[in-house]
Structures are given as C-alpha cells and as structure tokens.
Design a binder for this molecule. Structure first.
Ligand code: 13P
Ligand code: SF4
Length: 321
C-alpha cells in the first residue's frame, strides 16, 4: 500500500511524459480511468470519463474494461468495486478518504438504526461500504430528491450521513426525515459573510452551490445542484459570471466547456485554500501512473459486506434509470 506521498525511489524513475505513459498502460491493462470533478486538472484531462457520483457509478456499472482506475475518493472506488467484484479497482492513494463518510462510524450507525426499527435507510453515497450494507437505498446529490419522492409518504425514513443534504431534501420534498448529523468539512468552510461581500462587488454574478453547504450559504444561491448539475447550469444560464460554492476543481471543467464566462471560487472562512478537498487532492498524476504500473493500491472488502452493499446501490440505479 502507498502512503500519502510516493517515496523518492518510487518517483525517481518516473517517465518524462506521464500522459503518454499512462495512455500506454491503459492499453496494456485494458483499463478505464474514471475521475471526479474535484480531481486536479491533469487527472481530469487524462480521464476517460469525468463526472459526479451518480455518473461515475453508472460508468462503473457499465464498463467492460478489465481494470478500473478510480481518480476520486475511497467510497467512490469502493462503489465501483461493489459493482465489479471480478475487476481490479485501483485508487491512486488509498488514504484518499472523505470527512463526511468518516462522520458515520458503522457501530454508532447500527445503534442509531436500531432506535428506529420502522424506518428505512436512505444513505448518501458518501459513506463506507459498511454503512451501505445497512441501507435500503443509496442516493447521490443529483437524485436524492427524486428518490425520496418515490418512497410512499407514510414510510418513515432515516437519511444519512449528510445533515445538510438531508435538510435540503426535506425542504424540497416536504418530507420529515430522521437525519444523521454528519457533514463535509469542505462544504462547511464557506463564509456567508465573505460570500455576500463578493456578491456586492460582482452584482452580475450568479451564486451556484452544492447542497452539502450549510443553510445560511445556500440561502444566497441562485442555483443548487450536484457537480454535474452545476456544470450544466453554467452552460445554459445567460449570465457572464458565477460564484462557485463547491470544491474549486469543478472550475477546470467549467472553464473548458464555457470559456467565455468567468468563474470565481467562493471564499472560505479563514485565509486558506481549505475549500479544496484535502482527500480528493491526495491523488496526483504521478500516483495514478504508479498505481497503474504496479497494479496497486487495490480496493478490496469482505464479500458479505459487498453483497449487502450492492442491493441499495442497485436500487438507486433502478430508481434513477
Ligand atoms: P457530486 O455527486 O455532486 O459530485 O458530489 C460528490 C462530493 O463528494 C461532493 O462533496
Ligand atoms: Fe468528502 Fe467533502 Fe471531499 Fe466530497 S468534498 S469527498 S464530501 S470531504
């Protein structure tokens, strides 16, 4: 297993043209590279598919490649493995976790679930395989509202682990959900005060935000959606400028797809770049190359967990087909 940074000996013999070397390995391994929008620009540029969590899950379910190289965080690669037990699934840095998934330890969640025996569990895909295995339906930020609307109105529901997405879904659907109190450190760091100040100096700009943000920030948003929904929105809006309230990696795709518009990353509370996801950013082009070359680090999990986690993922794919 690699640690956070590859050792000097591992990086000493890196090819000069990493893009060419990765493309060669891709042919050799019959591999597909799936990347999330929060990955560094070089990784996005070499990926076969870039998308939000739902799009990436659909790609993982449909691919006929033998090897899936997942440039994202652990729960995303784990989802790909749950869907593809016979394929090799590689994650460039195994330490690329998720602060939100970490807010939901399986033993505590099992006890919480036991307190609500008549509830079904809808879990946001940003959780571990163990939490998925305890869930009835998985959702992502792009289908959460629609999936909750498909559940009979008299069925009580636990929604985990993101309280911010859960509250947003409650507002959109009028449903009363029992919320696990988890959150994402990246989306909670945005400053409402600085956002309002930025809007005052850019009155033409529209504020677009991810539903993992806190309510005071979301109240200022002209549009709220998953990363893919935000990308589609900037294409169809007639505004020239956008303040982007999510991880700024997505701005690379926005600038590529709509080069005539301007995208301003929303400011964080301190004077830091903490709106960059520290987990997503652990993956680098170098680590991606090394993972393909050495065919590790590989995602594995107990078969019983995988089988139990597969059912709610399949339910999601069916319900959002
Ligand atoms: P999306 O599914 O909107 O890409 O969200 C993934 C994520 O981790 C947001 O923090
Ligand atoms: Fe997890 Fe937040 Fe990073 Fe998304 S941005 S992977 S929810 S820590």
């Amino acid at each position: 297993m690699f640690t956070t940074a590859p050792s000097k000996s591992a990086t000493a013999n890196l090819p000069l043209d990493l893009f060419a070397a990765i493309n060669e390995l891709k042919q050799e391994l019959n591999a597909v590279i799936l990347a999330h929008y929060y990955q560094e620009s070089d990784i996005q540029d070499i990926a076969d598919y870039i998308g939000d969590s739902l799009g990436l899950s659909r790609q993982a379910a449909a691919t006929d490649a033998e090897v899936i190289v997942f440039a994202g965080v652990h729960f995303m690669a784990e989802t790909a493995k749950i869907l593809n037990p016979d394929k090799l699934v590689l994650l460039p840095d195994l330490d690329a976790g998720c602060s939100l998934a970490d807010t939901c330890p399986p033993d505590q969640f099992a006890a919480f679930k036991a307190q609500h025996p008549d509830h079904i569990v809808v879990s946001y895909i940003n959780c571990s395989a163990e939490i998925k295995a305890m869930s009835d339906i998985i959702c992502t930020s792009s289908n959460a509202v629609s999936l909750i609307e498909q559940i009979p109105a008299d069925q009580p529901i636990i929604f985990a682990p993101d309280k911010n997405l859960g509250r947003y879904v409650m507002q959109q659907t009028g449903r009363d959900l029992v919320l696990w109190q988890g959150s994402c450190m990246v989306h909670e760091i945005f400053s409402e005060k600085k956002l309002v100040q930025l809007k005052m100096t850019h009155p033409e700009a529209e504020i677009i935000a991810h539903p993992e943000c806190e309510e005071p920030v979301l109240q200022h948003a002209d549009f709220i959606g998953s990363t893919t929904a935000l990308l589609k929105y900037v294409q169809r809006s007639d505004r020239p400028q956008f303040i982007v309230v999510t991880e700024p990696g997505i701005i690379h795709q926005m600038e590529k797809q709509v080069p005539n518009k301007q995208f301003i990353p929303a400011p964080a509370t301190g004077n830091c770049a903490c709106n960059e996801c520290p987990h997503m950013r652990l993956n680098t082009l170098e680590k991606l190359y090394l993972a393909m070359k050495h065919r590790q680090p590989e995602i594995t999990m107990p078969e019983a967990t995988r089988v139990a986690a597969l059912k709610p993922i399949q339910a999601m794919l069916r319900m959002s087909a």
